[in-house]
Design a protein around this ligand. Structure first.
Ligand SMILES: *Cc1c(COP(=O)(O)O)cnc(C)c1O
Length: 450
């Protein structure tokens, strides 16, 4: 079968601005959008996509942007990665949908087998597929509740778990995720995250004190026998790429095991090669009972998964878990293509190299700019937290100014953080070094304007 590979790796890997930003065709689309879409649906950029691949995104006016966001950590293997396009196209030609609950197919099983083998731990595992990260998180909680017979869910400050009712309740931040969308789901309890940079008594006390707060919540306030699971992002994504203080996650895992509480690692953002390992849990030798994946799983198609201990996953009754589209065959084919791309192109090592390059560039910018408070993250998931020089006070304005400079000069960046003061970098792992260096040159110029 042949097909036009318009947006594949043959897309010229250069930054190119040929109109004002946004250009005339993007502005036309913006006008149509304003009349057709609710105004609360906002986009980070005013330019409209026409093609993407490697490390560039070309807009409808033929401007080429360097992509440092991967559509929020989704196109880890690049946009239109050849194996993803080939497998998804072949599947499209066979059948688009049967509903796995009605008539099953092989691709679903193959994705489950891969996730069972790749996720941390050598224990017997099972995988169920879904469409979105929020759906995976919701279903991980369902599995944890039915397996333990307990109601409560413990989550952390700065957490992001999605936008459906339960996932939104589990998310920490009011604006924009929760404001006036309540009442929220019951039995969700929050405890401090071990966030070294902002820990009141200093980073050295962070792990022990945050752990103390968790044990106090579970043992004194809730009672361990009421707690089904603790849900944690091994590196908090939307919260600002917060890497928990060393040792914290291991203490949490041991505590959960002692009390029969299930540990759920939400790896929707960190998973599937992003941090230079298949899963961020591996950096701390953490073996969670359940693990959620989505974003990077299927090379841009919507697919999500809960992978976990066989005894936990088998506890749900027949027909209790599923969804009409869950584990769509085209998305499953795409996921198998994404796994191939990661393995055949050595993308785990590539993620680590990209991380080293980004940290080096950011450190060099920090040497001549007083606003970078901390550089952190792992692999191709790196952030800079910006502060008022000489303080740890969040500097939202600097993030806005640098982001705008990047955008106007052909570099797409993302922001994050509870205080909106974090620049986060999540380039596709297919981006060439020259493009990355060009992008960080633009970023450096952005900092110089402050
Ligand atoms: C993005 C994200 C989600 C939600 O995923 P959706 O596909 O947007 O529902 C959940 N958890 C984490 C850690 C995320 O980064």
């Amino acid at each position: 079968m042949t097909f036009p590979l318009i947006a594949g790796t043959e897309l010229a890997q250069v930054r190119r601005l040929v109109t004002e930003i946004p250009g005339p065709r993007s502005r036309e689309l913006a006008a149509r959008r304003a009349a057709a879409l609710p105004h609360g649906l906002v986009s980070g950029t005013g330019v409209y996509a026409a093609a993407a691949g490697g490390g560039v995104l070309v807009d409808v006016d033929d401007n080429a942007f360097i992509d440092l966001g991967s559509g929020i950590a989704v196109t880890t293997v690049g946009n239109s990665a050849p194996a993803v396009v080939r497998r998804a196209t072949e599947q499209l030609a066979q059948f688009t949908h049967t509903c796995f609950l009605a008539t099953p197919y092989e691709g679903y099983i193959a994705v489950a087998e891969r996730l069972n083998a790749l996720t941390p731990g050598t224990h017997d595992k099972r995988t169920a597929l879904f469409n979105t990260g929020a759906e995976a998180v919701e279903n991980a909680v369902k599995y944890a509740r039915v397996a333990t017979g307990r109601p409560a869910v413990v989550v952390f400050d700065h957490a992001f778990h999605g936008r459906s009712l339960l996932a939104m309740t589990m998310t920490a931040k009011n604006q924009p995720y929760k404001h006036q969308f309540g009442p929220f789901a019951p039995e969700v309890y929050r405890t401090p995250m071990a966030y070294p940079y902002r820990w009141p008594s200093g980073p050295d006390n962070c792990a022990a004190e945050a752990f103390g707060a968790l044990t106090q919540l579970v043992d004194s306030q809730l009672g361990a026998d009421a707690v089904a699971c603790v849900v944690v992002e091994p590196i908090q994504g939307e919260g600002g790429f917060i890497v928990p203080a060393p040792g914290f996650l291991t203490m949490v895992a041991d505590f959960c095991r002692e009390r029969g509480i299930l540990l759920v690692a939400d790896e929707v953002q960190t998973g599937i090669a992003r941090t230079g390992a298949w899963f961020a849990c591996e950096h701390e030798e953490l073996v969670p009972d359940l693990i959620t994946t989505a974003k990077g799983l299927a090379g841009g198609l919507p697919l999500a998964a809960v992978t976990g201990r066989a005894d936990v996953m088998d506890a749900a009754h027949a027909g209790g878990i599923g969804g009409t589209y869950a584990g769509n065959p085209v998305a499953c084919a795409a996921a198998l293509g994404a796994f191939d791309e990661i393995e055949t192109n050595g993308l785990l090592a590539r993620a680590r190299d990209i991380g080293e390059l980004m940290v080096r560039e950011l450190q060099s910018i920090a040497a001549s700019s007083g606003v970078i408070g901390e550089i952190r993250g792992r692999g191709a998931m790196i952030a800079a937290e910006l502060v008022i020089p000489g303080t740890t006070e969040p500097n939202r304005d600097a993030v806005a100014a640098v982001s705008r400079h990047c955008h106007d000069n052909g570099v797409l960046t993302l922001t994050a953080g509870t205080f909106g003061n974090v620049l986060r970098f999540l380039p596709p792992l297919t981006i060439p070094d020259e493009l990355l260096l060009d992008a960080f040159g633009v970023l450096r110029a952005g900092f110089a304007t402050l």
